[in-house]
Design a protein around this ligand. Structure first.
Ligand SMILES: Cc1cc2nc3c(=O)[nH]c(=O)nc-3n(C[C@H](O)[C@H](O)[C@H](O)COP(=O)(O)O)c2cc1C
Length: 184
């Protein structure tokens, strides 16, 4: 089983990564894990030309968007982490997803799309400075929208708010993350 971890935080030792690392630590050694820091990828923004629908190559020349698209398609499980930026996922992560609409949805039948990744498992991790009830709700929702397009099965969600008030991630949440990794 191939597992792809997409870290949407530019901070490589930040709150989101700390939780993602615990999920990774829980995953059985028999699985192959690929970790991708989206901040290191070179991805031009989507130009909105819609050439990719139905199912043509992206009009932009190959960059990391296509490479990651192939990795997403090859992964049996997708683990996506993001801090909340302006109530949503980070711009760098959204940019990757905007360039990969047809990785998640098949438009070959016309205007209405069909999911391409049906039944595959996905995990969402969102962190936010704001505590409950604001926390990372918007970021989770924005990632859910992408995953719904592909018809992934959400195997777990960690929505961790209040990072501005704490210097360390709560041990309870880190434990939950590791357990989530074990259950994949
Ligand atoms: C540009 C920017 C926008 C942010 N917007 C929000 C926000 O809308 N709501 C919120 O609760 N926290 C917001 N934050 C705080 C981060 O979500 C929070 O510090 C998060 O835990 C950082 O995660 P990281 O350490 O993985 O990067 C923002 C931070 C930045 C840098």
């Amino acid at each position: 089983m191939n597992i792809l971890i997409l870290n949407g935080s530019p901070r490589k030792n930040g709150n989101t990564v700390k939780i993602l690392k615990q999920i990774e630590a829980g995953i059985g050694k028999e699985y192959s894990i690929d970790w991708s820091d989206v901040v290191d990828l070179a991805i031009k923004p989507c130009m909105g030309c819609l050439r990719c629908r139905p199912n043509k190559e992206c009009a932009l020349s190959e960059d990391d968007a296509q490479i990651l698209g192939r990795k997403i398609s090859a992964a049996d499980v997708l683990i996506i982490g993001t801090p909340t930026y302006w109530g949503s996922m980070t711009g760098i992560l959204k940019n990757l997803f905007e360039r990969n609409v047809t990785t998640f949805e098949d438009f070959s039948q016309g205007r209405f799309s069909k999911p391409r990744q049906k039944g595959k498992k996905a995990v969402i991790v969102a962190t936010a400075a704001a505590p409950w009830p604001f926390n990372g709700k918007g970021a989770v929702k924005s990632i859910q929208k992408v995953l719904q397009g592909g018809a992934y099965r959400i195997a777990g969600i960690i929505n961790y708010g209040g990072t501005a008030l704490q210097s360390e991630i709560s041990p309870k949440v880190l434990k939950k993350a590791k357990k989530m990794g074990c259950s994949l």
